[in-house]
Design a protein around this ligand. Structure first.
Ligand SMILES: [Zn+2]
Length: 226
């Protein structure tokens, strides 16, 4: 398993990422892309069915490939998986497919990376019903403090949406969140994770090295690395 080194910037959610010195990336492979992980230093992978690219016809095939591929050692989490009320198939198919991926996550003992747009009730109800032992991380989070509090109270981790984090007004939310439950990401957009760390360290009134230490520790906790 590829793991970040102490001192690395960790970009917890990337698409089509390229490794760079001092930056560890978690690349999100989506089942419909039919891309496989590779053994590249500084890169770990997640694998799952993104709700945008799910439909009744490809569901069975994609679930079978998730079942199989998430067992590979380069894959450290299941996902991104979840709910999107603005795009994708019926709520019923999204829920069923998400639950199936949660059960796979529990079986292979790898956490879940979540994509969720306006599907918070669904997400929380699945969490309540299935009581997962593996931790969940919501990527691209851009909600308010009340929603964050609800998710945190269930033990979830939050990775903040890069565009939101870079705005001055995100400082308040950043300061209100428990530092031991946050991650940062570029989502594969044309932004530099180092700038995101810089902004957040400033908002939290800490040195970049301290923020790196916190997120490195979060990574190890989330992925159960001793
Ligand atoms: Zn993504």
């Amino acid at each position: 398993m590829q793991q970040p080194q102490q001192g690395d910037y960790i970009d917890i959610h990337v698409h089509d990422g390229h490794p760079a010195k001092g930056i560890f990336i978690l690349e999100s492979l989506m089942a419909h892309e039919e891309k496989l992980p590779a053994d590249i230093p500084g890169v770990a992978y997640t694998y799952g069915i993104h709700p945008w690219f799910l439909n009744e016809d490809n569901h069975d095939k994609h679930i079978l490939s998730v079942e199989e591929i998430v067992r590979l050692p380069f894959i450290i989490a299941v996902g991104e998986a979840g709910f999107d009320r603005l795009r994708g198939p019926s709520a019923e198919l999204q829920r069923r497919t998400f639950e199936e991926q949660v059960l796979i996550s529990e079986e292979v003992k790898k956490p879940v990376i979540i994509h969720c747009v306006r599907g918070w009730d669904e997400l929380l109800s699945v969490h309540k019903r299935l009581r997962p032992k593996m931790p969940w991380l919501v990527h691209g989070f851009r909600g308010n403090i009340e929603l964050a509090g609800q998710l945190l109270s269930k033990g979830l981790y939050l990775s903040l949406w890069y565009e939101f984090v870079l705005r001055p007004e995100s400082a308040g939310l950043l300061r209100a969140l428990p530092a031991d439950r946050i991650f940062l990401e570029t989502d594969g957009a044309d932004v530099d994770i180092r700038n995101i760390y810089n902004k957040v360290a400033n908002d939290l009134n800490m040195a970049i090295d301290q923020l790196k230490k916190i997120i490195f520790k979060n990574f190890n906790t989330f992925f159960g690395i001793e």
